[in-house]
Design a protein around this ligand. Structure first.
Ligand SMILES: *Cc1c(COP(=O)(O)O)cnc(C)c1O
Length: 226
């Protein structure tokens, strides 16, 4: 399957899932996860109309953003674990950060976005299931991270993000929990975006209210084997 075909198939899945839940497909943004994939694959997706791309590594994001600076309207989403010492790189290259999970990271990213002269939309990454190997704030920490973001004029809090367990039933529960955590913390007025859903589970995420789905493999093919 080519990137163009993978993209078309993914868009069709999103549209079907949205309609099945009585939602407008236009309310769901596809973030094409291009980590480890070459520039030509991103250019092919761009030629097929894709504008939002997701990257996990700060240095890879910066390199790709510079190499593709000729493409207007490209939107870079940082979706990987963000270390405080990489906040500067991400603040100058990313248009959207999905993975703020602590107060000190919020402060540093806010400081770096301010010196880059931008206002950066961000999400709070939540470790919904309390899985020890995963990053993200605990559900009980959401409010303090939200306050730390609100204290930064160069950050704009836009919602919540999660990476669910692999098993579909556990993933469905994680998506529903993220949606209820949103209700608990001000609802869609304060937290309009829910970033959840990947190649294997985007239908479940859309049924639970996802507004941003992060899809790599289904568009670009498997990673690693080239
Ligand atoms: C890699 C990655 C994705 C994409 O996963 P696929 O299964 O390839 O669609 C989505 N979100 C995050 C946080 C990732 O690291």
């Amino acid at each position: 399957m080519t990137v163009t075909e993978g993209l078309a198939a993914t868009r069709a899945r999103i549209a079907r899932a949205a309609l099945a839940s009585g939602r407008d497909p236009a309310q769901i943004k596809l973030v094409a996860v291009s980590k480890t994939k070459p520039l030509e694959s991103i250019r092919e997706a761009y030629a097929a109309g894709q504008r939002a791309f997701g990257e996990n590594y700060a240095q890879e994001l910066e390199t790709k953003a510079l190499a593709l600076a000729d493409l207007p309207d490209l939107e870079w989403h940082f979706i990987g674990h963000l270390q405080t010492n990489k906040a500067k790189l991400v603040a100058r290259s990313a248009h959207f950060v999905h993975t703020v999970d602590g107060e000190s990271l919020a402060r540093e990213l806010g400081r770096r976005a301010a010196s880059a002269g931008r206002v950066l939309p961000v999400l709070i990454e939540v470790n919904v299931g309390g899985e020890p190997q995963k990053h993200g704030a605990a559900p009980s920490e959401i409010e303090e991270v939200a306050r730390a973001i609100a204290a930064q004029p160069a950050l704009a809090l836009r919602g919540l993000m999660t990476v669910p367990p692999d098993e579909p039933e556990a993933a469905r529960r994680a998506f529903e929990t993220l949606a209820s955590l949103r209700s608990l913390h001000g609802g869609a007025a304060r937290l309009p975006e829910l970033s959840m859903g990947m190649s294997g589970d985007l239908e479940l995420a859309i049924a639970a209210g996802a507004t941003l789905v992060r899809v790599g493999t289904a568009i670009f093919g498997a990673r690693g084997a080239g």
